[in-house]
Ligand binder design. Structure first.
Ligand SMILES: [Zn+2]
Length: 252
């Protein structure tokens, strides 16, 4: 089946044991953040929802921060649509809570980043791609690097954010790499869904890995079930297993 027709984020997704086994047999090219940066002094992390910046590249941000690289996190939405119909977590509450969680997580990583809130409606990024693209173009310099979600990440907001980021980077002629987030969930490497030839795996040491695990715990709203609607946590054990590896991957 064409991958373009089946990037659904349902169930537990591709198990981490499947990824581990596949990567063992198809080792990903490894590099460090210097190779990722290629001399950039500013890195822009485009996060469709508060937590994507940590899940996708929390370890990379720690390494960049230690090198004195300027980090800007673009909070595209405030994540207010994560609990539809919940009386416990109304959209206004979620927007404030998730923003606060993201700020706490950056602090737990000891990453000093400027965080810009664009307040685009959660779930509707595709309708606001021109606004996101314009905001990025106004801020980007040719020598910067953009870290966007994978263009085939599966979540519509992630793919829209990726499209806008890629267009903005192309307009300014700066480097743009992509990080899979929900891509690890829908893609099955055994079916050829994963572009290993584009991958650069950045190893995380124990310190970075533990700090990332602590930072993920800051996203309380995403980690517990909703007693009001009975919805399970957004970040299930399967998701967390994929996000707490000893490496992070960018596609370049
Ligand atoms: Zn997201």
């Amino acid at each position: 089946m064409d991958a373009l027709t089946r990037r659904y984020i349902t169930g537990e997704g591709t198990r981490e044991s499947v990824w581990r086994d596949w990567i063992q047999h198809h080792p990903l090219p490894e590099g460090d953040v210097a190779e990722l940066m290629r001399g950039s002094r500013t890195v822009h992390v485009v996060a469709p929802h508060p937590d994507d910046e940590i899940l996708g590249c929390g370890g990379i941000m720690q390494q960049l921060s230690r090198r004195g690289v300027t980090i800007r996190v673009w909070a595209v939405t405030d994540g207010e649509a994560s609990h539809p119909g919940s009386r416990r977590w109304l959209p206004d509450t979620l927007a404030r809570m998730r923003t606060w969680e993201s700020e706490q997580a950056l602090r737990l990583l000891s990453v000093s980043a400027r965080r810009d809130r664009l307040a685009i409606p959660d779930g509707s990024v595709a309708r606001y791609e021109p606004e996101l693209e314009a905001a990025l173009i106004a801020a980007l310099e040719t020598e910067d690097t953009v870290i966007a979600p994978w263009r085939l990440d599966g979540h519509p907001d992630h793919e829209a954010a990726a499209r806008a980021s890629l267009r903005a980077a192309a307009a300014v002629r700066c480097r743009c790499v992509e990080v899979p987030i929900w891509g690890w969930h829908w893609a099955d490497p055994r079916s050829g869904d994963f572009p290993g030839y584009r991958a650069l795996a950045i190893p995380l040491d124990d310190h970075d890995r533990q700090a990332k695990a602590r930072a993920i715990q800051a996203f309380h709203s995403q980690l517990v079930p909703d007693p009001d609607t009975g919805a399970p946590p957004i970040l299930t054990a399967s998701v967390l297993a994929r996000m707490q590896r000893a490496f992070e991957v960018v596609l370049q």
